[in-house]
Design a protein around this ligand. Structure first.
Ligand code: PMT
Length: 398
């Protein structure tokens, strides 16, 4: 297993809110991503969910009492605080936020947090009026000023029946924030990388488009890998069904021309461009103003060539292309390296199982500017992203 959370010690602080049930899901997702999760629960949290739930998922001791004579830790607040790579408080109640702001340490969670030097992420969950209260806002401002990261709350339906700001941010989104925080001083810190994703849509009429099978997964995974290595990721994406990756700047486009304009604008300030998008090579010459009616047995749509974005992108940045091929993979990709003046191409045999469009994994061949060929094994798209970024980092050095 690889990824930003593997073997990381995560201290999960759970405080008393109905959103505690989501903390169980978060613990599960963290464990599945390879993290070692130690849970500390306040008394309030134990009224909503049991320590057993977290112990069953994390396979590690759950701390609920500072003075537990049976605990494996003699000074658990110090031991847990020291070994934590990150502390995540989810959900964080008004009460615990207030105690942290005041510097109090009267339960196992607050004593641990005051003893840690690890980054602290606070994910509030409360009723909207409690969140809006100036006392809560002041306390959150204090925590921010002290360097803690506040994520959320999200808006939506609250347990009280009200609708407003106060929901715990979804676990999958918290995972992105945790990965980013752990990687913030990574080897791409200070670098901006533009990544394109998805399949462009070329309108035929107000109803129909010409598009392709790209799900966006490859490009999104590259952008997340940039973020998790401390870089600033700008994701220029055609429509996909994927949620926005946290802490990635997302620029939404539809057509090849819109993607071209966005990429050429963004890349001026960037250190690298990675084009994982499946961009249409041709678009309908004319977009019909009204829905085309079924009037004859056949129909011809005249197509015009789109601008090649990689060819048009010129400047002092590392330029990486992809090549989606169904035959002559290496020869066709080598030809694109020369034609598009690339530093690196990621050749993708789209006929391979578990590879190419829509999959979570990809088997690619990397080809450098001097046409050196390196075949990679079947990897997750996130791992492929990191392989590409290893090469980009070396190219940026030289
Ligand atoms: O999105 P997924 O479902 O995860 O699928 C991933 C993928 C198969 C889309 C991805 O791995 C991939 O191979 N992307 C490139 C698809 C493609 O358009 O390849 P191409 O060989 O037609 O184009 C070569 C390169 O030129 C690509 O980097 C492309 O972005 C770029 N291009 C193409 C046309 C154009 N007008 N401008 C371009 O810059």
């Amino acid at each position: 297993m690889s990824g930003p959370l593997v073997d990381k010690h995560i201290l999960l602080g759970v405080t008393g809110s109905i959103a505690c049930y989501k903390a169980i899901d978060l613990a599960s997702k963290l464990v599945q991503a390879g993290a070692l999760v130690d849970t500390v629960m306040t008394y309030g949290a134990t009224q909503f969910v049991t320590p057993l739930a977290f112990r069953s998922i994390t396979h590690r001791e759950v701390v609920t009492d500072t003075f537990d004579p049976n605990s494996q830790y003699t000074h658990e607040h110090v031991a847990l605080a020291r070994q934590a790579d990150i502390v995540v408080i989810a959900p964080a109640t008004v009460h615990t936020i207030g105690k942290l702001a005041a510097g109090l340490a009267d339960d196992p969670l607050t004593t641990t947090i005051i003893a840690t030097t690890a980054p602290v992420l606070v994910a509030p969950a409360m009723d909207a009026n409690m969140y809006d209260n100036p006392a809560t806002q002041d306390n959150l401002a204090v925590l921010r000023r002290r360097g803690m990261t506040i994520v959320g709350p999200a808006s939506g339906r609250l347990a009280s029946g009200l609708t407003g700001k106060g929901r715990l941010v979804e676990p999958v989104e918290l995972l992105g924030h945790i990965s980013a925080l752990l990687g913030r001083d990574g080897d791409l810190a200070g670098k901006t990388i533009v990544v394109s994703a998805g399949g462009t849509m070329e309108p035929i009429d107000p109803v129909r488009v010409i598009t392709n099978h790209s799900s966006g997964k490859m490009g999104y995974a590259v952008a997340e890998a940039v973020r998790d290595r401390g870089g600033s990721a700008v994701l220029v994406t055609a429509p996909t069904g994927l949620p926005d990756p946290p802490l990635v700047r997302v620029v939404r486009v539809k057509t090849a021309q819109e993607m071209c304009d966005a990429v050429l604008g963004e890349v001026k300030q960037a250190d690298a461009l990675i084009m994982a998008a499946a961009v249409a090579d041709y678009r309908p010459e004319v977009e019909a103003g009204q829905k085309i009616k079924k009037s004859s047995d056949d129909m011809v749509i005249s197509l015009a060539k789109t601008t090649d974005i990689l060819e048009a992108a010129q400047g002092n940045f590392v330029k990486v292309g992809f090549a989606a091929e169904s035959q002559n993979l290496v020869e066709n990709a080598k030809d694109k390296v020369k034609r598009k003046n690339l530093d690196l191409i990621v050749a993708n045999d789209i006929t391979e199982p578990d590879s190419g469009f829509g999959t979570d994994t990809n088997r690619v061949t990397l080809i450098s500017r001097d046409l050196q060929v390196q075949e990679l094994p079947l990897l997750t798209k996130y791992e492929v992203g990191n392989e590409i970024l290893d090469r980009v980092r070396e190219l940026l050095k030289s």
